[in-house]
Design a protein around this ligand. Structure first.
Ligand code: OAD
Length: 242
């Protein structure tokens, strides 16, 4: 075990309040592509076409086909040791009445399936379908029969995720900010930290004196600023931090 891993482990062991921010990298070892690295989605697809309100207005069926393909991939995937380690850490902290908040940018459901409970989902849930007319929401994990799906009110339904240029689900970034400000340790895993407001939680934690631990095989814009930068994958490193 490296000195850095030992230092991170010790900081986590001492902490009474832990907040965690995850990104697509924590699901990479479950076979789900990331967005910006290793042939990630935004290296092969135009986000303007697939992840903006304008792209959906232009061609809802094309957008839905892409989300259906991703939903199929996620449904067939399994949580990896990184997801399970975070769920185990939450369970451990529960027994000592310490606080744990998992903030994720991921729209997959692998944290829940691994057993994490206190989750703030900044970018929504890919298995939720929302009506653009009456805002009715449905949780749908099986393949959709028509694209785009229709609501009982006749309205067109969209994926329950956040697209570029849209607001985050009400209250989520505020609750995330509060958890980060109160945390002794802020663990950041598998995110390129390029998308705001999520990335802004990292300087916020540093300004509030938290020990910030980054887990990522590659350096990010925040690697030099964080307290401990661990180079490696989340499935490998997160279990070592418990
Ligand atoms: P990115 O694709 O931008 O970044 C993924 C990060 O994970 C990179 O820094 C990789 O180095 C790292 N990584 C890759 N494999 C890893 C592994 N096995 N273990 C740990 N880290 C690994 O994904 P996000 O930062 O999550 O937004 O992207 C943020 C947002 O941009 C997403 O939520 C999505 C996207 O557009 C919306 O859909 C609104």
């Amino acid at each position: 075990m490296s000195l850095n891993v030992e230092a991170a482990r010790a900081a986590i062991g001492r902490a009474n309040r832990i907040a965690v921010l995850t990104g697509a990298g924590v699901s990479a070892e479950s076979g789900i592509p990331t967005f910006r690295t290793n042939g990630g989605f935004w290296q092969t697809h135009r986000f303007e076409d697939l992840a903006t309100p304008e792209g959906f207005a232009r061609n809802p069926a094309r957008v839905w086909e892409w989300y259906e393909e991703r939903r199929r991939g996620i449904a067939a995937a399994e949580p990896n040791p990184g997801h399970f380690a975070l769920a185990q850490l939450e369970a451990q902290l529960e027994t000592t009445k310490s606080e744990f908040t998992l903030i994720t940018q991921n729209v997959d459901n692998l944290h829940q399936r691994a057993g994490s409970k206190n989750i703030l989902r900044l970018h929504g849930d890919i298995f939720i379908t929302r009506c653009m007319c009456c805002s009715h929401e449905r949780l749908e994990t099986s393949p959709l029969k028509e694209l785009p799906p229709k609501c009982h009110c006749g309205g067109t339904m969209r994926p329950g995720v956040v697209w570029f240029g849209e607001m985050l689900p009400e209250g989520t970034i505020e609750r995330a900010g509060a958890a980060v400000c109160q945390s002794d340790v802020f663990l950041v895993a598998g995110t390129s930290a390029q998308v705001y407001p999520a990335a802004g939680l990292i300087p916020l934690a540093l300004q509030n004196g938290a020990t910030v631990i980054e887990v990522n095989p590659e350096a990010t814009d925040f690697s030099d600023a964080v307290t401990i930068a661990l180079r490696g994958t989340s499935a490998d490193l997160l279990p070592q931090l418990l």
